[in-house]
Ligand binder design. Sequence first.
Ligand SMILES: C[S@@+](CC[C@H](N)C(=O)[O-])C[C@H]1O[C@@H](n2cnc3c(N)ncnc32)[C@H](O)[C@@H]1O
Length: 327
Amino acid sequence: MNSSQKNKLRKLRQGLDDSTNIYRLIHGAADRWKDLYIDRIGDYLLIQSAQSLNEKQKKISQALSYKLKLKGTYYKQLDRQIQKTSNKESAPQLIAGIKAPESFEVNELAVRYQLSFNQGYSIGLFLDMRSNRQRLIKNLIEPGFSIFDRSSGIPSILNTFSYTCSLSVCAAKIGAVTTNVDLSKKYLDWGRKNFEINNLNPNDHDFIYGDTFDWMKRLKKKGKLYDLVILDPPTFSRSKKSGLFQAKQHYGMLANAASKLVQKNGIILACCNAATLSLSNFKCNVRQGILRGGRKIIQGVHTSQPLDFPTTLDEPAHLKSYWLRLN
Ligand SMILES: C[S@@+](CC[C@H](N)C(=O)[O-])C[C@H]1O[C@@H](n2cnc3c(N)ncnc32)[C@H](O)[C@@H]1O
């Protein structure tokens, strides 16, 4: 990390960045707190660990909450294997201070999101995807690699596995029209709400309840093409329509299907959280899937996690994000 990045991180974690009140304060071993993960979620602290907190961990949590003048502290048992998104029992539990409302809003990069501690394991926003949301807002992946060519009309996005549509909201903020696909009606409704609270009309966008694999076939039959196709599947999923999906085995197939829906010079964003799939194998699977689809890759870059998710050799990045422009 260079000194300007260190300054940015310090400002963010001290709560001095007015545009963002949701970020990671402690990211395990890289922040010298092995097995401990603490997030600021607006007015609340969310602690995650695999084992119950020890005295030292409780003390640092209290100190952070005090310093940031937070209202309440929640605790969630970390479960990397099964992301039980709908199970109430896996939801964060209040352990100190005042209970959060059923749902509440946070700001990230001056975009608003509705969150809840009462909807299972996940709270409505994946914090480690912030840099990807920022790339969409800025329409820039890295210098010399923009996402949309604004001179060629209104950009279109297919956001598969869209969850609460946060990536789509960022793209819509810069004028894109989005199509969101998810197996959960609840998350799509949540996504609509995220559009509304950002003064974006959800009726200008598509929200498709269904299986991504099934819908990618249907959209292809309809001749649809998009400037950006986003793939961010869970590590493991099962659907009635397409059966079992395991990122480690099936990512190539997913990238292949996506490549058929990308415009000329359009982009695929392929993300993956599977710890058992190495970065090199992931990139290889994605590339092979695209090439099998008869497309050429003309630009590609793997981007790193946000600064508040630092890594070590022992704890490498869990999130892999690969941006590819196709011919
Ligand atoms: C990791 S989350 C996606 C996070 C999202 N990209 C974001 O950044 O907010 C995975 C989502 O995939 C959805 N899902 C799981 N299997 C699916 C399938 N076969 N088709 C469509 N959506 C699916 C889940 O309901 C969940 O919302």
